[in-house]
Design a protein around this ligand. Structure first.
Ligand code: PEP
Ligand code: MN
Length: 291
């Protein structure tokens, strides 16, 4: 019986002819963030608070996640909030704190850029630029970060198909920047028991269709602290090249997303479990010496 090409992703034009398509680079792209490589054998863990709140909060968590085995720190300085009355991030003050992390703690940092007018400022402090879910189809912003020479973490739009997601990445590659990481962070469905529906089938699909590394965000993907560890483990098992996880030193006091943030101990315990899963699927997670 003939298969309908519409239902066969390998037959969609982008998989063969576009720059993001696997055929453009069958061996896969490795994204290099100040020496941390995503897309190779190692599963790279990015961790940190939802938002930068203070120097103490950022540095305490940065130290804890580094000691737990995270290789990159996350933290928002400009926050896309559903309500305009909620905390919008510390802005430039937050960026300055992030800018000190690499030298003082030794981790590169990723932070969100929401506006074309902020790309230069955010690039001056961050080692990787995040395009959030709400901006995945902000084409001027995609073109602008494509012109920058920073690695880009592109989060899947909450209502985006795989094809739309890959075409968004294509906008960045088209400007000559191929240092793009795709991030599955959950999509909106009819289900209300979780914040989003974490589409783990997107991981093998994206890896089949594209040469770009794929990571998973189980924090926004579930919205539930207790569900982060099992979904993080599942993500590594299905072939994710990395994870981005929200960690806060006092989750109950977090200004945003405390309910889905791990505390330092939860994170350290999770890392030990993730290492075992990674090894079971012929990948690696290197943990620092406990000494
Ligand atoms: C975030 O990672 O801080 C964030 C806001 O995520 P998303 O864009 O996936 O909602
Ligand atoms: Mn968050």
């Amino acid at each position: 019986m003939e298969t309908n090409p519409q239902y066969c992703p390998e037959n969609i034009g982008f998989s063969t002819s576009l720059k993001v398509g696997r055929k453009a680079k069958p061996e896969g792209t490795i994204v290099n963030i100040e020496g941390v490589k995503i897309g190779g054998t190692e599963v790279v863990i990015i961790a940190g608070p939802c938002a930068v709140e203070s120097r103490e909060q950022l540095f305490e968590t940065a130290r804890a996640v580094r000691n737990g085995g995270a290789k990159i720190l996350r933290g928002g300085a400009f926050k896309p909030r559903s309500s305009p009355y909620n905390f919008q991030g510390l802005g430039e003050e937050g960026l300055k704190l992030l800018g000190q992390i690499r030298k003082e703690i030794g981790l590169p940092v990723v932070t969100e850029v929401m506006d074309t007018r902020q790309v230069e400022l955010v690039s001056a402090h961050a080692n990787m630029l995040q395009i959030g879910s709400r901006n995945m189809q902000n084409y001027p912003l995609l073109k602008e970060v494509g012109m920058s020479r920073k690695p880009i973490l592109l989060k899947r739009g909450m209502m985006a198909t795989i094809e739309e997601f890959l075409l968004a990445a294509e906008y960045i590659l088209n400007q000559g920047n191929d240092q793009v990481i795709l991030c599955e962070r959950g999509i909106r469905t009819f289900e209300t028991s979780t914040r989003n529906t974490l589409d783990l089938s997107a991981v093998p699909m994206l890896k089949r269709l594209s040469h770009l590394p794929v990571i998973v965000d189980p924090s926004h993907g579930t919205g539930l602290r207790w569900m982060v560890p099992p979904m993080a483990k599942a993500a590594v098992a299905v072939g994710a090249d990395g994870l981005i996880i929200e960690v806060h030193y006092k989750p109950e006091e977090a200004i945003c997303d405390g309910h889905q943030s791990l505390d330092h101990d939860d994170f350290i315990n999770l890392m030990t479990d993730l290492k075992k899963i990674a090894e079971a699927v012929n990948r690696e997670i290197s943990l620092p010496d406990p000494s």
